[in-house]
Design a protein around this ligand. Structure first.
Ligand code: NAD
Length: 306
């Protein structure tokens, strides 16, 4: 089995975190965080994956992890083609195949064209990672209908459209035993806010709660066809979207009140979970949500006894 070490975090020019984290560990007399450096197994060799919203943050980390595990990857993006192209080049330099495809996941015709092109270029689709997502935050009584609908259109309808097209191809093609036990795998990017209510983000939290029931209902319906459907719910992951929550000592200290494991998550943490869910190692895991959150869903307010 070929082995590779984990890809380094390729977040472009992030503000340094070490000083902020070390200050936190010292102040609280806690052990330093040691990041995993496990060898990567090529458990997805021969598989074809599509990652939506893959040119930034978590999607980028997931696309790289899938490629390091041996999959060829379609990098979906809606803006910033240069970031998508850079990721394609990086994946190719590691020996996997990749190309970038622009598509707004909330648009039916664009999603259908994206899957058609993938079947032309790569022959089929084995793994869909429904990752694209946005926030449009507002106090509830000031939230416009446009803010509500735009977030639901991308975060929920976008996942529905991509999943439906993928299931159509999985059913048409069936199981390829030499590739995987399953006819296809869908992994929906949810959030801890599928169970933790989030004031000021009603549209976002509603979309993530919806993903949970959509994922489970699809899973129930397509299980007989050997199509596996699961979700990953990240906690606080260090991406450009939430830089204000981790880039200063004050912000990091405040964030850690919500994280029992006392370190922020990295896109690679999500990438490892997605690779496992996409691989036959998790073949009997179906219709469930894996929380990758350092314990954020453990009611951290009670960690000192309440
Ligand atoms: P990000 O902003 O870095 O990435 C979001 C990606 O989605 C970008 O590539 C963006 O261009 C893409 N996108 C937006 N609208 C799109 C559309 N209409 N069509 C196609 N792509 C579109 O943020 P991120 O933190 O990497 O978030 C990725 C996913 O993880 C989202 O679903 C988000 O809700 C979820 N998530 C993130 C965190 C976190 O702490 N960062 C926590 C929980 C859940």
């Amino acid at each position: 089995m070929n082995k590779e070490t984990q890809p380094a975090n390729r977040f472009t020019n992030p503000p340094p975190l070490d000083a902020v984290m070390n200050d936190f560990f010292k102040t609280h007399n806690l052990p330093k965080a040691v990041m995993p450096s496990n060898p990567v197994q090529k458990v997805l060799r021969g598989q074809k994956a599509l990652v939506t919203g893959a040119n930034s943050g978590i999607g980028e980390g997931v696309a790289l992890a899938l490629a390091h595990a041996g999959a060829d990857v379609v990098i979906n993006y809606v803006s910033h083609p240069e970031a998508a192209d850079a990721l394609v080049q990086e994946i190719k330099s590691h020996g996997a195949n990749a190309y970038a495809h622009q598509c707004d996941v909330s648009k039916e015709d664009q999603v259908q064209a994206m899957i058609r092109k993938m079947c032309d270029e790569f022959g089929t689709i084995d793994i869909l990672v429904n990752n694209a997502g946005i926030q449009m935050d507002s106090p509830f009584d000031q939230m416009t209908l446009a803010q509500w609908q735009t977030v639901l259109n991308v975060n929920l309808t976008g996942q529905f459209l991509c999943a439906r097209e993928a299931v159509r191809e999985f059913k048409r093609r069936g199981v390829r035993e030499e590739i995987s036990c399953a006819a296809g795998k869908i992994i929906c990017m949810s959030s801890v806010h599928d169970v933790i209510p989030w004031a000021g983000h009603v549209n976002y939290a509603t979309s993530k709660g919806g993903i949970q029931m959509m994922m489970k209902s699809i899973a129930q319906e397509v299980a007989e066809q050997r199509i596996r459907v699961n979700a990953v719910a990240p906690g606080a992951i260090r991406t450009p979207i939430n830089m204000q929550a981790w880039s200063t000592p004050e912000a990091y200290h405040a964030l850690m009140k919500l994280v029992p494991y006392k370190r922020i998550g990295e896109p690679e943490d999500i990438g490892r979970a997605v690779v496992w869910l996409a691989s036959d190692d998790s073949d009997y895991v179906h219709g469930t949500t894996i929380y990758v959150d350092g314990g954020m869903t453990l009611y951290p307010g009670f960690e000192t006894g309440g």
